[in-house]
Design a protein around this ligand. Structure first.
Ligand code: AMP
Ligand code: MG
Length: 418
């Protein structure tokens, strides 16, 4: 633990560890068509049912030969095109015209590319000697029969979909989507589309989170804007937990007079922690919202709760750092650590010791050197600054300001925050 963390605040890594230790990954699965597997979590190991490629074939347009023959002239005896193999054997002094993907005919051991051949009528002469086996893609070279292709707990990408298709796989067993209830709190909030009123602000957190959650294997039910009224909030929490595996709310999690979230969480369930040594995002409530009484939930009856701070940048950063790992773990994914790179900060960055800082930065490579600068205003209410950023500059809790020329930790924004 970082000894320079402000007393009473939980270090960020401990907060993530406590979330992961508390929640249990989903076990319920379903079978989906291959294309619907995108962004879902595999619930089974995928073992290759065939070799890919299935047989030795040509990597080039050219001529299939016996390498030992290639000194003299060869006579053309047929052709092998992709999908149309040559049925006979290639014997001494013979060759077969072959196209990329065409199967290597029996007897041949090499493909000479057509650019290295002079052809006259039905004869060819080879101008550049190939080595034995040149331009042949071997059976199983891409994926060997019975090998492990993808593991249970893997979040499927578009490239995986292509890979699975190459094995002839057309459906997959994946974990069911996590059910998420989303709500924002605050008497000051207007929904986009409402007529603007002075003294009010538009609710940006709910659309932001809704959009970000589309990247994750979840189903979202929107519980709307909830006023700063403990009775109403309690009622919404109660219906949200009947639906959800995880309730995500924003606002009202601090110590203000209109901040009821924690109080109701501890009344209905159990607070695990609510103060993190993190900037932005010190108030962040995590806990159990209690057990759902509903029969309709076929899986775990526990409903977890993440109460994010109301400022939009705090919402975005705590969502990314804490909620995304929680959801990915709940959704059955194997643990994924962020990739941290080093970059030079050419200009100073302000920081006070006490909390781990996630400043929004712009990363670039200047003359071959990783470089990062502030993306502008770092106030937790300024979402426009975060929109220009492409990374976090992550500064350890204990440290203070960064001098010009110092090396800092950078975490590039991934698809879960874009
Ligand atoms: P709170 O965490 O409720 O104290 O809110 C902190 C700040 O974030 C206040 O200035 C709120 O007006 C603002 N805020 C809270 N919720 C939202 C929201 N959904 N969209 C935009 N700003 C919000
Ligand atoms: Mg509020």
């Amino acid at each position: 633990m970082d000894s320079c963390v402000q007393p009473g605040l939980l270090p960020v890594h401990d907060a993530i560890a406590r979330i992961i230790a508390a929640v249990e990954p989903i076990t319920a699965t379903e079978v989906v068509p291959l294309l619907d597997g995108l962004d879902r979590v595999l619930a089974e190991n995928v073992i290759a049912p065939i070799n890919v490629p299935g047989a030795d074939n040509s990597a080039m347009d050219g001529y299939a030969i016996r390498q030992q023959d290639c000194g003299g002239e060869l006579i053309l005896i047929g052709e092998s095109f992709a999908g149309h193999a040559f049925a006979g054997d290639v014997c001494a002094g013979q060759t077969v015209r072959i196209m990329t993907g065409g199967l290597i005919p029996a007897g041949a051991d090499t493909v000479v590319m057509q650019e290295n051949v002079t052809r006259f009528g039905d004869n060819i002469r080879i101008n550049k000697l190939p080595y034995t086996g040149e331009n042949i893609r071997r059976a199983g070279e891409d994926i060997a029969l019975q090998s492990l292709v993808l593991s249970k707990g893997h979040l499927l990408t578009a490239l995986d979909i292509g890979l699975l298709a190459s094995l002839g796989i057309h459906q997959l067993q994946v974990f069911q989507r996590i059910k998420i209830a989303l709500l924002t709190t605050g008497d000051e909030l207007l929904a986009p589309g409402d007529t603007y009123q002075s003294g009010k602000i538009y609710d940006s957190n709910r659309p932001l989170l809704h959009a970000l959650l589309k990247r994750l294997p979840v189903e979202v039910k929107d519980f709307g804007i909830v006023p700063d009224n403990p009775e109403v909030l309690r009622d919404v929490f109660l219906s949200a937990r009947e639906y959800a595996d995880l309730v995500i709310s924003t606002g009202g999690v601090s110590v203000g007079d209109a901040d009821y979230t924690k109080e109701i969480l501890s009344e209905l369930g159990e607070i695990n922690f609510w103060k993190i040594a993190m900037k932005p995002g010190k108030p962040f409530a995590f806990g159990l919202l209690g057990n759902s009484l509903a029969e309709k939930k076929t899986r775990a009856t526990k409903c977890w709760f993440c109460g994010l701070p109301g400022n939009p940048v705090s919402t975005a950063v705590t969502y990314h750092q804490l909620v995304v790992p929680a959801v990915r773990y709940l959704a059955g994914e194997n643990s994924v650590e962020p990739i941290v790179i080093k970059a030079i900060a050419p200009k100073p960055l302000k920081k006070q010791p006490g909390r781990m800082d996630f400043q929004r930065g712009i990363f670039s490579v200047v003359d071959g050197v990783n470089s990062v600068s502030s993306a502008g205003l770092q106030s937790s209410g300024v979402l426009s600054g975060m929109g220009k950023a492409n990374c976090y500059i992550r500064l350890e809790a204990g440290r203070d300001s960064v001098a010009a020329g110092e090396s800092v930790d950078v975490i590039l924004f991934d698809r879960f925050i874009r």
